[in-house]
Design a binder for this molecule. Sequence first.
Ligand SMILES: [Zn+2]
Length: 250
Amino acid sequence: MRNGFHIFDAHTHIGAAWHNGRTMSADDLLRNMDEHGIDRSLVIPFPVVEEYRRQHDLIGRAVKQHPDRLTGAACLDPRLPGRQFQDEIRRCREVYGFRAIKLQPQYHGLDPMSDSSHFFFETAVENRLPVIWHTGAGVPFALPSLCMAPARQFPELTLVVAHCGGGVFVQEAVLAALFCPNISLELSSLMPHQVLEVLAKVPPDRLMIGSDLPENTEVEIGKILGLPVPDADKRFILSGTAYRVFGQEP
Ligand SMILES: [Zn+2]
């Protein structure tokens, strides 16, 4: 809790990142959560890893040890031979109860507009898992407007636009949410004035916070706590929307 609000951080990572050498353990994350009053975190593998099953196992074990604090999400390069991607997503859901799949087009090169990408969204629908979609750095595939194609094609799918377009494409992210009721926005990396611009168009029960990395935690929470908006709006953004989207209870 922070200032009387439950806090659900909808974007964190543990494990080892192969592309930049970063490491983060479950204990590191839990310490950071305690320090900043975070009740629950959605935990995602880093986008480039040495062995995706090992990273999922690491998160799965942490989720099983701390079911009251952590929610698991899968992330792997989806372009694997045969049905390895589908099998791994099902394994993560069945064995560890993961609640989301991350799409990382900055590193995984999946063109969401192409019919050859349908399998990704079909897998999410089959497993009833929301897709968290990295946006911002990594265009063109990381453009928020591209989310609208699968959002329209798979109306039962829930999409979360991570980083809300990464600042530069914030208006595109807002448009995507306005045109598609199954799109929610995760606000990490936006400036507070941009969050207000988003809130002027998109209802707070479609918005959520994320820290991405522990150095950002205080700023990402503080920028919402400091907004001149009703507490009811902050309640949705700080935890309510994420509890609903990822099917968890406060
Ligand atoms: Zn991230």
